[in-house]
Write a protein that binds this ligand. Sequence first.
Ligand SMILES: [Zn+2]
Length: 247
Amino acid sequence: MSSPLIVKSVVEIGCCKVCQSEATLYGVTDFNTACHSQLPNRYVFPLTGVAIYYHQCQSCGLVYTHAFDDWTPSDFAQHVYNDGYAEFDPEYAIVRPRRNRDLVLQLFERFLGKKMLDYGGGTGTFARLMREVGMDMVAWDPFVSGEYPELNSYEFMTSFEVFEHTPDPHKTLAEVSGFLKKGGVFFFSTGTTDEVSHLGMNDWYIAPRNGHITIHSEASLDALFKAHGFQITHLNRWSHVAMKMVA
Ligand SMILES: [Zn+2]
């Protein structure tokens, strides 16, 4: 059944979703604002008239919106991860998973033979590509029905372009952590704002139509992962490695 495009209105700004510090309004854009490096600009799709407000934490720098806090998975499936999603994110299907596999094989050869889980990988393309080269990897995505993975049993986990999509960063990381063994390593990608903070809302990564609703800084990732007992290292603007230090 289809539901109209309704987002939570912003009456109170509230506090940061990661560190609970004070936040202020950061900017506003139409729901259909998209992101892709090949697009001539970010407003090539028809405007919806639905305004999405973003806030920024004054302490850790997290940029986020409350607009989708009340959405159910079926709301996201209907309005964001629908048949048109690939049009807004054309590398999603195969180009990015293949590139990610090459990167993981290069960086994490030592996990060969270990149990691996890819979290949030849609229909599981990345895990399938890993299995094709002999890796023991399964996939699980909260938006895709499938067998729930065993808790505390994976030594290596990946997650590509997931953390900018969650309306609840603590809930998402708690779920990831639940699958990972103590001492396990989590390699994930999400774009951080530090190098582009001068762009404000002109940062192409802030794009509701692509589901980019929680944009991290290095400090907000540090605060989030520390709160869940991880040690985190930023490899670059896009890639991060975290080790689970507590059970
Ligand atoms: Zn914060």
